[in-house]
Design a protein around this ligand. Structure first.
Ligand SMILES: Nc1ncnc2c1ncn2[C@@H]1O[C@H](COP(=O)(O)OP(=O)(O)OP(=O)(O)O)[C@@H](O)[C@H]1O
Ligand SMILES: Nc1ncnc2c1ncn2[C@@H]1O[C@H](COP(=O)(O)OP(=O)(O)OP(=O)(O)O)[C@@H](O)[C@H]1O
Ligand SMILES: [Mg+2]
Ligand SMILES: [Mg+2]
Lengths: 260, 260
């Protein structure tokens, strides 16, 4: 099982869209995929028509029970989606108080990593959609991941945000003694504006080793797909610009993981 | 002094852009404006060329001292900007641990409200840029505000986010026994797409009393302005589409506050 964390402390850069699209593409190929919503705001959960206000099993259950030393069967938290091979571990708005409730306890940084070890046989891929906050949930996602995927817009504020995320990753690398595999993905790229062009050159200059060589273009079909609650892989024709770009990204991620 | 909180738990909807633009317009008219960066990610602080990693005085200092019962002079935290009348209370990345460190203490929800009472004579307007997280900082911003401004994109995921924010506001209203004045502002509106049109109708139907009757159009000058670190009010001609829309928004906000 391969675990990918999709993170960026900057908001609105396409984290949820990247998680849904890569997950949809993998499921369409017949893989078994678990999508994990680590954002108390629950965009990924809403995308699939569920409410993060609901009180049933969610990521919160996993942490609450772990704090009490209790093992939770995956089945009590797992939600099916309408799409073959695509499963969801939903978020709950209760996640917003996780740091306050359990932040001081030891071992809470490895709850997800331990859970993935138990569920390892059931899925081929796990994709974690992170919230824009650096707290216990993001620390868990990073600790449990084989690769960190960082969607980034090519504007000034977004580039500043990337600098800070790379600082954070470097800090965690030092304390865990193991480097992260990182792929930076330019999203919502509008080739008509000069600022985007310059932003991309800036990214090339700063992060040559981590930057994916393609871009995800602006494509209004992503909004239409999210309105319909359907991954764009199951919504738009294969030839759609945004979908083709994500299919190319998936190929490079697999090459990088040595999976081909 | 009037205090406005610019909030939305959904990321990338234009919170920082709205804070900078309204603040710039007010300062250009000769008002004394304090911009407060309540986002540990520090986009507003970066916008004005400062680093949220710097250890000098910031919003964090205010909370840390308040937790110890110590009064902090504003001067030790306040940063000047290059623009007359426009001041900044910068964020610090240390804010990310605020909930973990002080979440359980009493009275930490009113730190900002008390501080604004002391600084009241020095400014005409205070604008608070909130992070996409519902934690102590957002609770403080809401408690200290006379009006809550909610930038919203007109797509499905953003509308879902708005529902949750309105739930949260209703919850806080019940516990404080006083309603919030709320203005919902459609941002990055792209009149060419049908999804945006439908989203706007959806907003009209759901929130007729809180929705501003205009829209902020997509305008690439916002990105250029943020790259230059200059509020669009000091960067683009008065006739620029995005700037004109924000000037119209400012007029309606003042009418609503009975300030005209
Ligand atoms: N390539 C694209 N072209 C056009 N629109 C896009 C693209 N990618 C994402 N979007 C749209 O941009 C908006 C923001 O995307 P998304 O919600 O995935 O970002 P996010 O980083 O997950 O935000 P948050 O910080 O709130 O978690 C959504 O409405 C989405 O449909
Ligand atoms: N009306 C607009 N037209 C075009 N671009 C815009 C507009 N408003 C904001 N932007 C751009 O969209 C991006 C996101 O805006 P901004 O950073 O203000 O959102 P935010 O809600 O503060 O994000 P976060 O959740 O990270 O705090 C920025 O690059 C900004 O320049
Ligand atoms: Mg998201
Ligand atoms: Mg912001």
């Amino acid at each position: 099982m391969k675990a990918w964390a999709i993170c960026n402390q900057k908001g609105g850069v396409g984290k949820t869209t990247t998680t849904v699209t890569l997950g949809g593409l993998l499921a369409a190929e017949g893989r078994r995929v678990l999508l994990v919503d680590l954002d108390p705001h629950g965009s990924l959960t809403s995308y699939f028509g569920r409410s993060p206000d609901a009180m049933d099993g969610s990521v919160y259950t996993l942490f609450e029970r772990a704090a009490g030393g209790v093992h939770v069967p995956l089945a009590s938290m797992l939600a099916r989606t309408r799409f073959n091979g695509l499963y969801l571990l939903p978020a709950s708005t209760a996640l917003v108080s996780l740091d306050r409730q359990f932040g001081a306890r030891d071992g809470m940084g490895l709850v997800l990593a331990h859970a993935f070890r138990q569920w390892g046989q059931q899925f081929d891929h796990v994709l974690m959609d992170c919230s824009p906050t650096l707290g216990m949930l993001m620390v868990n996602a990073l600790a449990a991941s084989d690769r960190v995927i960082v969607p980034v817009q090519t504007d000034f504020l977004a580039l500043k945000g990337l600098e800070r995320l790379m600082h954070t990753l470097a800090m965690i690398e030092r304390s865990r003694g193991r480097p992260f595999a990182v792929t930076v993905v330019p999203t919502m790229y509008d080739s008509r504006t000069r600022a985007a062009e310059e932003g991309l050159q800036n990214l090339h200059a700063r992060y040559p080793a981590q930057l994916w060589q393609g871009v995800i273009p602006i494509d209004t079909r992503f909004r239409n797909a999210s309105r319909a609650g359907i991954p764009i892989s199951h919504f738009a024709p294969r030839s759609a610009r945004g979908l083709q770009a994500y299919a190319a990204l998936l190929e490079s991620l697999r090459m990088a993981d040595g999976e081909m």
